[in-house]
Design a binder for this molecule. Sequence first.
Ligand SMILES: [Zn+2]
Length: 324
Amino acid sequence: MLHYTHQDGLTKPCPRCNKVSDRVLTAKLRRGEGIVYHCPSCDLGFLDGKAFDVKAFYESEYRKSVSHKADHAATHAQEMFDIYSRFQSQRLKHILPYISAETELLELGSSSGQFLHHLQGKTQRLCAIELDLDCCDFMAQNFEFEISSDFFSDSPFADQTFDIVCSFQVLEHTPDPVAFLKDVHTALKPGGRAFIEVPNLYDPLLNTWKVPSYNQFYYHAEHLFYFSQKSLKQACLDAGFHEEAMQICFTQDYNLLNHLHWIMNDGPQGTCEIGLSDIKIDGQDPDLSLWLTNQLSALNEAYIKKLQETGQTSNLLIELVKEQ
Ligand SMILES: [Zn+2]
C-alpha cells in the first residue's frame, strides 16, 4: 500500500493528466527542497520543486551532491566505476541474449561506463551519452566508446539508429519523460529493443516495511518523477511504443540483510557494497559460517522471489520492442 498524507493547502496538478492531487508522498527530501505528490489516476509520483537547468547541473554539480556513501562524501568517476561495475549482473542477464558481433548499442546516461564496459569486444558499436563531463573524460581515457555529452537530439547520434538502446536510473531525472522515451523510440531500428530501468514507486522499504527514515532517503530533489508499473507503461505508450511490445521485470538490487538493517536500525548500512553483494558471513568456525551463509542466501533468494511476485522490488526494468 502506497503511503501518503493530506496536508492543509498542499495540492498540485498532475503534469500528465492535469487533475489536482492532494496526496503528499513526502514534504521532506533527502537533498534540496520540494514536495512529492501522487496522482491516483496515473499512479505517478511527481516533484514540485525548484526548477533548474538539467544540463548545467549534471555537467558539474551532480557528483558533488550525490554520493554512493551514506555520509554524502564527494565521489569521482573512478570510484563510482570501481564500485558499481561489480553490480551489473541483473542488467546483463536481460540484455546479453540480444547482443551479437553486429549489435549497435546506445546507452543514455552511461555514468562512468560501469555497465557498458562489460560489453566491450562483444558488439560492433558501443555509444554513450553522459552529461557529466568528469564521467565523459573517464570513459574517453579508459574505453573505446563513442561518447557525447549532449542531449540525444543535439548529439552526433541523433540521425543514427541502434539495435539496442538502454538507460538505467535516468528517466526519473528527466523533466519530460515522454520526450525522453520518444528519443529512445527514434533511436531504435525497426524491431530494435530498449531496456529502461527506474526506481519502483512501490519500493518495499517505503510501502511494506514503512521504515520511517527511508522515506527521506528515497525521495530526493533530482528525481522529478516516481514510476509504478502502471505509470511507466503509460509513459512508454505516450511515447509511441505499443502495449503488446512492452514487458515489465521487477528487479531487486539490495539484499535481505540490507532490508533487515533498515527495518531494525531505521538507517542505511555504512556503504552500499555490503547490501549489493552476495551474502557472506565469516566467523571463526568455518563450518558454522558456511552453514549460516547458505541458509541466509537461500532465504534471500526466496525473499526476492516473493518481492517480484508481489511487484514490490526496488526497481522496474521495462523491455520495449520497436514496431517493424
Ligand atoms: Zn495524473
